[in-house]
Design a protein around this ligand. Structure first.
Ligand code: SF4
Ligand code: SF4
Length: 90
């Protein structure tokens, strides 16, 4: 391979714990709205959230951390009682 065609390595994380520096909430175009009165605290959303941004407090989920929620909608899809709906906007 010539130098011109050399592909630079990608996906390298040179510092552990750096994900906290990237506030993926700025990517969001939709927001999950959680209805705590419908929630049965099954924690399925917590386990499926790819950003790990649905915090637990005393073994119960609490409000989403919107600094990191990127609005993917997975939590709304997996919730068995439809306690999360996605709304347009940040
Ligand atoms: S929308 Fe996506 S990133 Fe945000 S809380 Fe739900 S699963 Fe997590
Ligand atoms: S999946 Fe739905 S019912 Fe289960 S903890 Fe999350 S919001 Fe609550």
């Amino acid at each position: 391979m010539t130098k011109k065609n050399k592909i630079l390595p990608g996906g390298i994380i040179d510092k552990p714990g750096s994900s906290k520096d990237y506030k993926t909430g700025s990517w969001r175009s939709q927001r999950p709205v959680w209805d705590k009165t419908k929630c049965i605290q099954c924690l399925v959303c917590v386990n499926y959230c790819p950003e790990n941004c649905i915090p637990l407090k005393e073994d119960k989920r609490v409000e989403t951390d919107f600094d990191y929620c990127k609005g993917c909608g997975i939590c709304a899809q997996v919730c068995p009682v439809k306690a999360i709906i996605m709304k347009e906007g940040k």
